[in-house]
Design a protein around this ligand. Structure first.
Ligand SMILES: [Zn+2]
Ligand SMILES: [Zn+2]
Length: 181
């Protein structure tokens, strides 16, 4: 009789930029490990790379951070975490502030707490965790999902969308499972 072994966990490197609290990193690690059957390694913190700085708006380009993060060897995926504002080009907006950015099926993503507010029904840390799940979901190949309240909903910069999320919908969850097998 043939027994199929469990596939190995997805390995994720978590790169804190600057003064991200260790407790925040630990919370993100626990959440990613639980949702994705992953093994997360918290990397030593360092400052944001100057090459990603966008002087006209004094913030950092998320799309420049992604290839830098992807260069971090030894993991399937890498997620950067920052308190600073990050941006990318979105349609006709040359420099659009975002909660996070992840390339679909790519190696890396980045999330920022800068736009996640300080109050509301959902804590800033829970919001950051949801954005992290969304962006790592992109790196695992998940696209935006039309199902209401799914973690893969396109928030389009609206905190309410993040606050209304209840987790991955059945279809997205099935896709995450399929990636492992
Ligand atoms: Zn997205
Ligand atoms: Zn979904």
């Amino acid at each position: 009789m043939l027994w199929l072994e469990d596939p190995p966990p997805i390995s994720i490197g978590l790169q804190p930029y600057g003064k991200v609290q260790p407790s925040v990193c630990r919370q993100l690690k626990a959440r990613l490990e639980r949702e994705f059957f992953a093994k997360v390694t918290i990397l030593p913190a360092h400052g944001l790379p100057k090459s990603a700085f966008y002087a006209p708006r004094s913030r950092y380009r998320a799309d420049r951070l992604l290839p830098i993060l992807a260069g971090s060897k030894g993991f399937d995926k890498v997620i950067g975490v920052t308190l600073d504002d990050i941006s990318t080009t979105k349609g006709k907006f040359k420099d659009w502030g975002v909660f996070g950015l992840g390339s679909i099926g790519g190696r890396s993503c980045v999330v920022s707490s800068f736009r996640l507010g300080k109050q509301g029904a959902v804590s800033p840390l829970e919001r950051l965790s949801r954005v992290a799940l969304h962006e790592v979901g992109h790196t695992l190949g998940l696209e935006h999902c039309p199902t209401l309240h799914c973690t893969m909903s396109d928030a389009e910069g609206a905190l309410k969308t993040v606050d209304d999320e209840t987790g991955f919908c059945q279809l997205c969850r099935r896709r995450v499972k399929a990636i492992r097998n």
